[in-house]
Design a protein around this ligand. Structure first.
Ligand SMILES: Cc1cc2nc3c(=O)[nH]c(=O)nc-3n(C[C@H](O)[C@H](O)[C@H](O)COP(=O)(O)O)c2cc1C
Length: 296
């Protein structure tokens, strides 16, 4: 299952075109959740109604984004400092739409307020159908290690009956399996490990099913997937330049090119071009690294 990037409720109700574009989903992506965020009950409810029209499988409420311009204004993780309002938003959105509503949040605002155990029960009582927990506080932002102990505690709370999705530092197939085995979660959510490595999901699934990764991709297959990702972005945004800009960070971060000697100039050229044929020619000419480097 995939989630969209979070979509601003305020921008949605103001019909901001760039924001409406973020509601665009394709059937290939199903099941798909569209995630929205906001700080006022009415605005989020109205945005949820608009989102429902885009026909996702799930509407997800973001109560986890830590960045200043979101959390500082009382949206995202900012609502961890106003639980009554978070619960009211959740309750009202559940009432307003027919689709299943889920929530993504963090352990709490900071080290002194790791309230997730109680909060999970309260959110469940609002009628959500699953809860994703990122095992960090807002204060931690993305730093330090995700603490899965509390995620496990929520999952093992006998009063919790909705699926619990654990998130934070699930970077390898082995780690995904440990998270399932050790903490009993119903699903794991993968964030950063997928940037530049969209095949990480397939590797994790294979490992969970067979105990090993059956189909390790060749270098050329990895390159083909990265190129397809750029093409998909160009098609989705209906613009060559915008599609390239959108997918650049994935190319910049991909582990596929990490071990290539003297790569700096190629990397700069790859991240500078705004033309598809140039970009693909650069990628096509990247030489296959030594075998032992490839699968590190
Ligand atoms: C660039 C970036 C953008 C993100 N955007 C969102 C978002 O829109 N919605 C969301 O719920 N989480 C978002 N996250 C957080 C991730 O979903 C995830 O909770 C976090 O990175 C921890 O998981 P990970 O260790 O697997 O990356 C974002 C993270 C990064 C690095």
């Amino acid at each position: 299952m995939v989630y969209t990037e979070f979509v601003s409720a305020d921008a949605l109700i103001r019909n901001v075109k760039r924001t409406e574009q973020k509601l665009g989903i394709s059937d290939k992506e199903r099941p798909v959740a569209i995630q929205i965020y906001g700080r006022e009950v009415d605005a989020v409810v109205e945005a949820a109604r608009i989102t429902q029209e885009a026909n996702p499988d799930i509407i997800d409420l973001n109560f986890g984004c830590p960045v200043k311009k979101v959390a500082g204004k009382g949206a995202g993780a900012g609502l961890l400092r106003d639980i009554p309002k978070m619960l009211e938003i959740t309750r009202e959105v559940v009432k307003a739409v027919k689709l299943p509503v889920t929530v993504k949040t963090r352990l709490g605002w900071d080290d002194n307020s790791k309230i997730i155990t109680t909060l999970a029960e309260q959110l469940q009582d609002c009628g959500i159908e699953a809860l994703a927990i990122h095992g960090r506080t807002r204060s931690q932002m993305y730093k330090g290690e995700a603490d899965w102990t509390l995620i496990g505690e929520v999952k093992n709370n006998s009063r919790i009956h909705i699926p619990i999705i654990g998130n934070g530092d699930v970077t390898t197939p082995e780690r995904a399996k440990t998270c399932f085995d050790q903490y009993g979660v119903d699903a794991v959510m993968v964030g950063r490990a997928s940037i530049g490595k969209p095949w990480v999901f397939s590797e994790m699934k294979q490992y969970l099913n067979y105990g090993y990764v059956k189909d390790i991709l060749t270098f050329d297959e990895q390159k083909a997937i990265l190129k397809q990702q750029v093409l998909d972005a160009v098609e989705w945004l209906d613009d060559e330049r915008k599609g390239i800009l959108h997918s650049r960070r994935h190319l910049a971060a991909t582990p596929a090119f990490k071990c290539i000697p003297h790569f700096k100039d190629t990397r700069i050229a790859m991240l500078r071009t705004e033309k598809l044929h140039e970009l693909f020619s650069i990628i096509d000419h990247i030489p296959q690294p030594e075998q032992e480097q490839l699968y590190e």
